[in-house]
Design a protein around this ligand. Sequence first.
Ligand code: GLU
Length: 432
Amino acid sequence: MIRVRIAPSPTGFAHVGTAYTALFNYAFAKNKKNEGKFILRLEDTDVKRNVKGAEEAIYEGLSWLGLSWDEGPDKDKGEYGPYRQSERLKTYREWAERLLKEKKAYEDEGAIRFKNTGKDMVWDDLIRGKISFPGGEVTDFVILKSDGYPTYNFGAVIDDILMEITHVIRGEEHISNTPRQLALYTAFAKAHPKFAHLPTLRNKDRKKLSKRRDPVDLRVFREKGYLPEALVNFLCLLGWSHPQGKEIFDLEEFVRLFDFKRVRSAGPIFDTTKLDWINGEYIRKTNNDSLAKLVWEYAERKYPLEKVEEIIPLVRERMNKLSEFFTLAGFLVEEKPPKPLFLTDSYSANISGATISKLNNLPESRWNKQNLDKVLGEANRMAGTATGDFFMDIRGTIAGSSVTPPITESIEILGKKETIDRLKTGQKKFSK
Ligand code: GLU
């Protein structure tokens, strides 16, 4: 039985790198050939860095992406837990004392230090092939600190042994830790799991993603209006390629086709322009009703759903993120009217008393696109101005912006009263 795990530290928010590692672990475990278990373990041994709410943020982030774990602190079936390292201190001490007794470790100022054997360390990495470190690379190292907490290398190995982890799939920054971990497996006379070291994600400047420079908090992706399916699809493409070269595919397909042979070891670029494109593709694949629901939920149900539904067909082709619904069409749902913009030299002729009264003469019952096109066309002829300018001023006055969805459709949705009010405000403000 395949058993894999991720072991994030609850030190703040859920990092997109954790999601990336989780995704590849999940895919490997859930691939039909494997039918394995995906385990979530929390490395909360750096007590000073633990943050309240960070554990929940990890649950929330992974759940949002649809990466469900079989075992974890919140899913402890009693067999392999506990899954928080801070709750396993007794176990680490017992295992450290075994090494003491066998003279494979020694006490040093209250800490316990592992005695290096000086042997070469070699493993066959599932992504990188053979990796070897010469003996002497590993010096004696602390396994249990004087405060009773294990160091990362020790805690990870003990947990991986006891949780019967078969494959350790993690970031390449842990390659240099692997020799120490192998030395510990040898000392305990245990077979080591297989290792796969995923490439580090880099930004467009080829720098490691950092929370100061780059978007890395999963919550931020959600707040910016990315769909979880799109983010997952994007993460799949970082280092992995679809056998048919497809760029758009879902988690189920990734899991079905996953194979380490298709994972490259070189640093994939976390390019948010590409993410925006993928997100747009997912938005386009979503039908109007579902997309309206997503936008409505995204805005915390602040606006009437029917209103959002009405607007969606006008903006969906131009949206790459849910947030863009509001940059494009906020003026149709926001209660507060936008500040009018005066965009052309012929503003006073375009937004004139005549234009307003033309629209005013169109009864509410006939306030639809077809009639509005006609009426606005007539008003434009009366104004005697360039059509582009005329509609530009209508746009700027009604929307407070020079880019909007098709303007007559917008006016239809905005309704007669609000349209006229906004035109009158524009006219008044202009003549001041
Ligand atoms: N806390 C480590 C990390 O998130 C775990 C490394 C491992 O998987 O062994 O990078």
